[in-house]
Design a protein around this ligand. Structure first.
Ligand code: ADP
Length: 754
């Protein structure tokens, strides 16, 4: 704020467009409207023109210049005329010798007709012809430059060659107005200025405005004192708007600035893009140097040409990089569309994930699951950051090149995350991808101290002063990363919409498959049920008729025939058992799970009591090492589950001292979103199960023993148990050591309030 206020004071104090004086290498006169009478003239008239100002004032220009030329001057003021500056003028000065001048005429913004005269050097014509030829080559070269930096390098070389300046540079202004030297061609013995930063305050706003009005300024000798204007009574030379004058004297401030740099002559050409001062071609010379009007015209033309090329070159500037980003993105598209777990897919391609946005670190987050890639803050810090981020998102994106200045906690990890590009994929499900960039200890070489452009005068007033020292000094910009480029941000946006599309497509597909699966499961179950039901009837017929045969024809049949009939009866009985199991199994799939709160301790005790009754012959120790949970489940299915598993533990046990342990694995159930799951187990000292059968025993009708061993059975018990577990969103598995015993584990899930 302070600096801005000072700038205003300074500019008011120094009206640089109405200095009332010119540089003394030329002559300026103001002409009256009707008869081109000289109403104002510069005090150096005698030195340039050989005639004193007094002898020029109030005299018609025609007294000194041929009539033809007067007509040309008048034509030059007519916008419809083809007459252009400069007009060649010859004047006989007081010693009788003839001097040749370039006359440059224009109408000032304040309305006056202004004629400026510059001496024509003896070599001017030859210089111009040479330069013009050179210009043609330059144009051809400009057209083949590919990048902005190639263009700038070419321009500084060409301008230096055409003009012969010691140093020619291209300055570029950034969005805050600071200028950087981005290209330079210089005499080998000069120290390089390439890369130097010039703070915004170096060039006052008013001057920048003037640079937009006229494309080229020349200062042939900073040490030549300006020549004041004088005028007829009633004229105000101090009010003459000299914005468009080629001889306008520069502000003392600017002159001091150049002197501090050791510059004697300078020329600058504006580079303008969309009515904005994009930069400048700045030329410096360490001795006085005049550049003739024609050569300046060529330089001005080059400046204008370069200005038109800027947009094209800037657009292609990052083209290679953009193409690389696109290629990486396309690879991601392929991988993600085929991925079932897209966050995993992101983590699986760490290099590409970082390359996508030019980051050095990334965090892929989904709830509590956080995968860190490359250089990142640690997990706890990322979790804290995720707590702060949600309110900052705009269109699900948050971008900053200075996280620590917005979020002070980030100072602790500025080295890895001064820059953050965060993308929210789903805020409700806490899915985010964060990209990090380290602090760019941006060693900016300032040409002087940008913090101190002001000076307190003896009278206590403040002016902006050119900086006294040009020894480059370093300012380190802290807590900042390199800027995120628009193309990098766009890739993040595209990636986000891609992921969202993939998720939506996957969710749709999953819903469709689930529906299909449910439908075909129901169909299968009802088919099994109906088929079993229908099979039972003929089976009953076979059974009954076999019995009738035995009862009615036992006497006539040989003994062997009776035995066979008995086998038929036994097999029909077994088949009936199998069909009943199948019916029961299919019924389980079709019936609803009726959940209610069940205290498993009570349920298990009831099961044990029943089993004790049905196995009175066995000595069994039932172990319950810790209390079992109370969970929300289907009571009758749960009862069947425990009956089957504990029953098997007793059944497949040869030991005289049998034991069965029923327990729960975790002291605390596992919570996953809105579900909690309990893991329970039933352990025994049974005969055990060979490893190759651990999976197969869950298949329907799969028994490991002949029918007459271990109390028989249909082999459907474990299949039914697995169905019950699955209907409670759980899974079942077994661990076993043959000869020692088995442990059946199973999980049961229940919904809880979020
Ligand atoms: P079933 O008991 O009717 O044969 P299951 O489906 O309950 O059918 O069991 C399948 C097979 O798994 C059994 O035949 C048995 O070989 C084996 N099995 C089941 N439980 C145990 C156990 N606790 N210990 C050893 N083997 C077992």
């Amino acid at each position: 704020m302070m600096n801005q206020a000072l700038t205003v004071i300074n500019e008011e104090r120094e009206p640089i467009h109405t200095p009332g004086s010119i540089q003394p290498h030329g002559l300026l006169c103001v002409l009256s409207e009707l008869d081109f009478r000289i109403t104002q003239v510069s005090l150096n008239a005698k030195d340039i023109f050989g005639i004193t100002p007094e002898n020029l004032l109030d005299r018609p220009l025609a007294d000194f210049i041929e009539g033809d030329r007067i007509a040309e001057i008048r034509a030059c003021l007519d916008p419809d005329s083809e007459q252009t500056n400069p007009i060649n003028l010859s004047v006989t000065v007081d010693e009788g010798s003839t001097q040749f001048f370039n006359g440059i005429v224009h109408r000032a913004i304040s309305g006056e007709i202004v004629l400026e005269l510059e001496l024509i050097a003896a070599t001017a014509k030859r210089d111009f012809t040479q330069s013009y030829r050179h210009l043609k080559d330059t144009l051809a070269k400009i057209q083949v430059t590919k990048t902005l930096s190639e263009l700038c390098d070419l321009i500084v070389k060409e301008v230096r060659q055409i003009t012969g300046f010691d140093r020619v540079m291209v300055y570029r202004f950034n969005e805050t107005g600071d200028g950087t030297v981005i290209a330079e061609d210089r005499k080998p013995n000069l120290e390089p200025f390439l890369g130097l930063y010039y703070p915004d305050t170096d060039i006052p706003q008013r001057a920048k405005h003037l640079y937009l009005l006229n494309w080229l300024r020349l200062l042939p000798d900073v040490n030549h004192p300006p020549s004041l204007l004088t005028g007829l009574p009633g004229t105000e030379p101090a009010d003459l708007d000299m914005s468009h004058c080629v001889l306008r004297s520069l502000s003392p401030c600017h002159i001091e600035y150049l002197q501090n740099m050791g510059v004697v002559a300078s020329m600058s050409i504006s580079l303008i893009q969309e009515q904005r001062l994009w930069g400048m071609i700045a030329c410096h010379h360490n001795t006085p140097k005049f550049v003739p009007y024609e050569i300046r015209t060529i330089c001005e033309f080059l400046g204008q040409l370069m200005s038109t090329e800027l947009s094209v070159k800037e657009a292609t500037q990052n083209l290679d990089y953009k193409l690389r980003l696109k290629a990486t993105e396309v690879q991601f598209v392929n991988r993600l569309t085929n991925a079932t777990d897209f966050l995993q897919a992101l983590e699986d391609s760490p290099d590409d994930l970082l390359a996508l946005t030019g980051a050095q670190g990334a965090a892929v987050c989904e709830g509590d699951r956080i995968a860190l890639i490359g250089s990142t803050p640690d997990k706890e810090e990322v979790i804290d950051l995720l707590g702060w981020l949600p309110d900052r998102f705009e269109n699900d994106l948050f971008v900053t090149d200075s996280l620590p200045s917005l979020y002070p906690n980030a100072k602790a990890y500025k080295k890895v995350a001064s820059g953050l590009l965060a993308m929210a994929i789903s805020r409700t499900q806490h899915r985010y991808v964060l990209w990090f960039r380290p602090e760019f200890l941006q060693t900016v070489t300032w040409a002087g101290n940008p913090d101190n452009p002001t000076r307190i005068e003896a009278d206590g007033s403040v002016t902006i002063s050119p900086r006294q020292s040009f020894a480059a000094w370093q300012e380190t910009v802290r807590l900042k990363s390199l800027n995120w480029l628009q193309c990098e941000i766009e890739v993040a946006i595209e990636l986000r919409s891609l992921i969202v599309d993939v998720i939506l497509a996957q969710t749709d597909e999953m819903a469709r498959v689930n529906l299909e699966l449910t439908r075909s499961n129901i169909e299968l179950d009802s088919f099994a049920y109906i088929a079993s039901h229908d099979l039972k009837e003929p089976l009953r017929g076979i059974h009954n008729y076999s019995n009738f045969l035995m009862e009615d024809y036992a006497d006539v049949l040989p003994e062997d025939g009776v035995t066979k009939l008995q086998t038929v009866v036994r097999l029909t009985q077994r088949m009936d058992d199998l069909i009943s199991s199948l019916m029961h199994y299919s019924q389980l799939g079709r019936s609803e799970v009726v959940r209610q709160s069940v205290d498993l301790n009570v349920l298990v005790q009831q099961t044990i009591a029943t089993l004790k009754i049905s196995h009175p012959q066995h000595q069994i120790e039932f172990r319950l090492p810790q209390p079992l949970p109370t969970i929300c489940c289907d009571r009758s299915q749960m009862s069947e589950l425990f009956t089957n598993l504990i029953g098997n533990a007793i059944k497949y046990n040869d030991n005289a001292e049998k034991w069965v342990e029923i327990g729960s694995v975790e002291s605390k159930p596992v919570r996953n979103g809105t579900q909690i799951s309990h893991t329970l187990y039933i352990r025994d000292n049974s005969i055990g199960i060979p490893p190759e059968h651990l999976e197969r025993i869950f298949e329907i009708f799969k028994r490991l023993h002949p029918q007459d061993q271990y109390g028989g059975g249909t082999g459907a018990g474990l299949t039914i148990v697995r169905k019950i577990v699955e209907r409670h969103e759980g899974k079942i598995w077994v661990e076993s050591t043959p000869g020692e015993g088995s442990t059946f584990y199973f999980t049961l899930s229940e919904a809880v309030k979020p």
